[in-house]
Design a protein around this ligand. Structure first.
Ligand code: AMP
Ligand code: GLY
Length: 433
C-alpha cells in the first residue's frame, strides 16, 4: 500500500515509524516531514520514506501530489488540515484518507460545538456557558466567583485558553478575546467553564463511525518547567500507562464518554472516523471532559505507538472501512516515557539551526526511540528547526525503568540551548508513596 502521512512533528514521526513496520506498507511519503522521518525505512522492502516539501495546510497541492503518486491511504496528523476539510476534499476526489471530515473535526475546531454536544448527550463535562456578548459573559463568570477558564471558540494554536483565579482576571480574559480580538475570528465566541480541580489525563479512542476502541491512559506535561511551572507549551513529555485510573475505572469512563458520543454522532449524522482525544480532569465527582481533540495527541502518540502491538496500517484501514469491531487493540505491558527536548526560549522566541550531536549514540541504547519534531538536515548535520526538537522515548518493564532509560538517552544528546523537563512521569511516583 502506498501511504502519505501529513505533518512534520514528533507525532508524525511516530506515525511514520509505526506504519513503516507494517508488511502492508510498500512506499511511503511524508509532507513535509522532518530529518528523522527522512531516515525511516519500510520493513517490507527497505525503501526510504521520502519527505516532500509541501505544507500540511496546502490542500490543493497535497491533493495533486496524492493523485500523481496514486496514494492508497493518506494519514492526517495535525488539526488544521482536518479543520480545513482535507478529508472531504480527498474523498470527493475518490482518494482514501484517514481522519475526521470537516463536520466531525468540529469537535476540536469549535469549543462551542463540543460543549453543546456534551451537554445535549450527557457527556460528563464542566459546568459552562457560551457567549459572544462580553457583558453577559462577565455576569456568568461572576456566578462562578471569577474562578473559571475562558476559552476562545476556534483553533488558536493552543493559546486560546485563559485560566482565571478571580473576577478581575475573568473580566480581563473576556475583554481580551471578545473585545480586543486577541485570537481574531477564532474568538468571536467564548466558552466559559467552571475551574475544575484534579489530575489531568489524556484519553484516546480510535473510531470508525460506529465503533470506538479505547486506548490506555497517558499524561502530558504542558508547562515548560519542572513542577508544572512556567508557560503552557504544546507538551513537554508524556508517559503511559498512568496509575490514576484502574482498568475498571478506565472502562467505566470510556463507557460514560464514548457511548453517548457515538449515540450523539449517529443522531447528528456525524461520521467520526479517526482519533477522539478527550482531555479529562479526574475530579472528586468523577472524570470530566475539558475538551475534545479530533486527532492523535503530541507527544501522546510517541508513548502510545511504542506500546501498541497491532499493525497500524491494519488499524487505520479498519477505521476507514468501518470494520473496527473485528479488531482487538493489543498493548505491550511495558511502560513508555517520552521526554521532549526543546529549543532554549520555547514556547517564546527561540533560535533555529543549532547542530544536534549524540543522536546516534543515544539511539544505540536498548528500548530507546528518538522521534524528531523540529529538526532539519543542513549539509551532513542534523540541526534544530522548531520549538519542540526531539521526543526521546523509551520502553521499560515499569515506569521507573522507562523513565531512567529515556533520561539516559537524553543525557547523550546535545545542542546549544537545549531545554527539557527532568520530572516527566514523576507524578506517577507521588501516588505510590
Ligand atoms: P484545553 O485546550 O481546553 O484542553 O485547555 C488547555 C488546558 O487548560 C488543559 O489541558 C487544562 O490544563 C486547562 N483547563 C482547561 N479547562 C479547564 C477547566 N475547566 N478547569 C481547569 N483547568 C482547565
Ligand atoms: N498533548 C497535547 C496535544 O496534543 O494537544
Amino acid at each position: 500500500m502506498k501511504i502519505l502521512v501529513i505533518g512534520s512533528g514528533g507525532r508524525e514521526h511516530a506515525l511514520v515509524w509505526k506504519l513503516a513496520q507494517s508488511p502492508h506498507a510498500t512506499q511511503m511519503w511524508c509532507a513535509p516531514g522532518n530529518a528523522g522521518i527522512a531516515q525511516e525505512r519500510l520493513a517490507k522492502n527497505n525503501s526510504a520514506v521520502e519527505c516532500v516539501n509541501l505544507s500540511a495546510d496546502d490542500l490543493p497541492k497535497l491533493l495533486a501530489f496524492a493523485q500523481e503518486k496514486k496514494i492508497e491511504l493518506t494519514v492526517v496528523g495535525p488539526d488544521n488540515p482536518l479543520a480545513l476539510g482535507i478529508v472531504d476534499l480527498f474523498q470527493q476526489n475518490g482518494l482514501r484518507i484517514w481522519g475526521p471530515n470537516q463536520k466531525a473535526a468540529q469537535f476540536e475546531s469549535s469549543k462551542v460545538f463540543s460543549q453543546n454536544f456534551m451537554e445535549k448527550y450527557g457527556i460528563p463535562t464542566a459546568a459552562a456557558g457560551t457567549f459572544s456578548d462580553p457583558v453577559a459573559a462577565k455576569k456568568f463568570t461572576a456566578t462562578l466567583g471569577g474562578k473559571c477558564v475562558v476559552k476562545a471558540d476556534g483553533l488558536a494554536l493552543g493559546k486560546g485558553v485563559l485560566m482565571c483565579a478571580n473576577q478581575a482576571e475573568a473580566e480581563k480574559a473576556v475583554d481580551e478575546i471578545l473585545v480586543g480580538k486577541a485570537f481574531g475570528a477564532a474568538g468571536a465566541r467564548v466558552v466559559i467553564q467552571e475551574f475544575l480541580e484534579g489530575i489531568e489525563v489524556s484519553l484516546h479512542a480510535l473510531c470508525d463511525g460506529k465503533t470506538a476502541k479505547n486506548f490506555p491512559t497517558s499524561q502530558d506535561h504542558k508547562r515548560a518547567l519542572d513542577g508544572d511551572l512556567g508557560l503552557n507549551t504544546g507538551g513537554m513529555g508524556t508517559y503511559s500507562p498512568t496509575p490514576f485510573m484502574t482498568d475498571a475505572e478506565l472502562a467505566d469512563a470510556a463507557r460514560k464518554i464514548l457511548e453517548p458520543f457515538m449515540r450523539g454522532c449517529a443522531a447528528e449524522q456525524i461520521n467520526f472516523c479517526g482519533i477522539l482525544y478527550p482531555g479529562v480532569m479526574l475530579t472528586k465527582a468523577g472524570p470530566k471532559i475539558l475538551e475534545f481533540n479530533a486527532r492523535f495527541g503530541d507527544p501522546e502518540t510517541q508513548v502510545y505507538l511504542t506500546r501498541l502491538e497491532n499493525d497500524l496500517v491494519e488499524l487505520l484501514d479498519a477505521s476507514v472501512n468501518g470494520t473496527l469491531d473485528k479488531i482487538e487493540l493489543k498493548w505491550k505491558p511495558a511502560a513508555s516515557v517520552c521526554v521532549v527536548m526543546a529549543s532554549g526560549g520555547y514556547p517564546g522566541n527561540y533560535a533555529k539551526g543549532k547542530i544536534i550531536s549524540g543522536l546516534d549514540d543515544a539511539a544505540k541504547l536498548p528500548d530507546v526511540k528518538i522521534f524528531h519534531a523540529g529538526t532539519a538536515n543542513s549539509g551532513d548535520e542534523i540541526v534544530t528547526n522548531g520549538g519542540r526538537v526531539l521526543g526521546v522515548t523509551a520502553l521499560g518493564k515499569d515506569l521507573r525503568a522507562a523513565q531512567a532509560a529515556a533520561y539516559a538517552a537524553v543525557e547523550k544528546i546535545k545542542f546549544e540551548g537545549a531545554h527539557f523537563r527532568r520530572d516527566i512521569a514523576a507524578k506517577a511516583f507521588e501516588i505510590e508513596s
